[in-house]
Design a protein around this ligand. Structure first.
Ligand code: ATP
Ligand code: MG
Length: 238
């Protein structure tokens, strides 16, 4: 068990990530230690190439560190086998990315329901009534009641990101991990998405981790971590 406080939901211990490029070793994460508290909004800031996405993917078990471990409520996820991990990842984490990654041939509602079909063929599977009702409720909550049947190419950038956020929330994850959620949006739309994430956190008390270049996020987050060259250089609480 990792040494954590009672409220720690996720922790990173001595995380190193290295890539071998030819004969050169590129160290992208250089000894990261981080405790994330349950219910908090944590913002990870840093310049391009600092290692933010690598850290977020490592925290969400989408990527494996070269060494070090990730602990969820004190349980070491880094020693879980692949099937345990896949189940845990789907239950614990919701992911939001800069480029949305919506499936182009499916409408907003179907995209949101996608995580309910993990392990099944989307073409054969029928959504459960309660999942459809929940998806519609969530789409309404983010102001997309009139866009439910729109495919991604019939949605604006901000609307696509709302759909992606709802998709990340459909399985009630304990932790929402967002990688540059406003990185592809204009200032106004970016602010709306930022407000939406805050409002969802207020409402659900879900833990949220946001990786961004956007300093505006730092003003309202409870906790801000700055990383440079794969190291945490500053950790501040607002
Ligand atoms: N698969 C890979 N192989 C080799 N190097 C990689 C790989 N993935 C990332 N890197 C390198 O690791 C460094 C950190 O990448 P990362 O994507 O974590 O940065 P970032 O802080 O998210 O940057 P940005 O703000 O531009 O998204 C970069 O220099 C990148 O080139
Ligand atoms: Mg990145």
């Amino acid at each position: 068990m990792a040494e954590t406080s009672n409220n720690t939901i996720l922790s990173a211990r001595d995380i190193y990530k290295e890539y071998k490029i030819g004969k050169t070793l590129l160290r992208v994460l250089n000894g990261i230690n981080l405790d994330i508290q349950e219910g908090q909004v944590l913002v990870i800031l840093g310049a391009s190439g600092a290692g933010k996405s690598t850290l977020l993917h490592t925290l969400g078990m989408l990527d494996t560190p070269t060494s070090g471990s990730i602990h969820f409520k004190g349980e070491n996820l880094s020693i879980a086998n692949q099937s345990e991990l896949a189940a845990k990842r789907n239950k614990v984490f919701g992911f939001v990315f800069q480029f949305y990654y919506l499936l182009p041939d499916f409408n907003a509602l179907e995209n949101v329901l996608m995580p309910c079909f993990i392990g099944q063929s989307m073409f054969k599977a029928k959504p459960k009534k309660e999942n459809t009702e929940k998806a519609v409720q969530l789409l309404k909550r983010v102001g997309l009641e009139d866009r439910i049947n729109h495919r991604p190419d019939e949605l604006s950038g901000g609307e696509k990101q709302r759909v992606a956020i709802v998709r990340a929330l459909i399985n009630d994850p304990e932790i929402l991990l967002c990688d540059e959620p406003t990185g592809n949006l204009d200032t106004h739309t970016g602010r709306e998405i930022q407000e939406l994430i805050w409002e969802l956190n207020e409402r659900t008390k879900q833990t949220v981790v946001i990786v961004t270049h956007d300093e505006r996020f730092a003003k309202t987050a409870e906790c801000v971590v700055r990383i440079t060259d794969g190291k945490i250089v500053n950790c501040a609480r607002n």
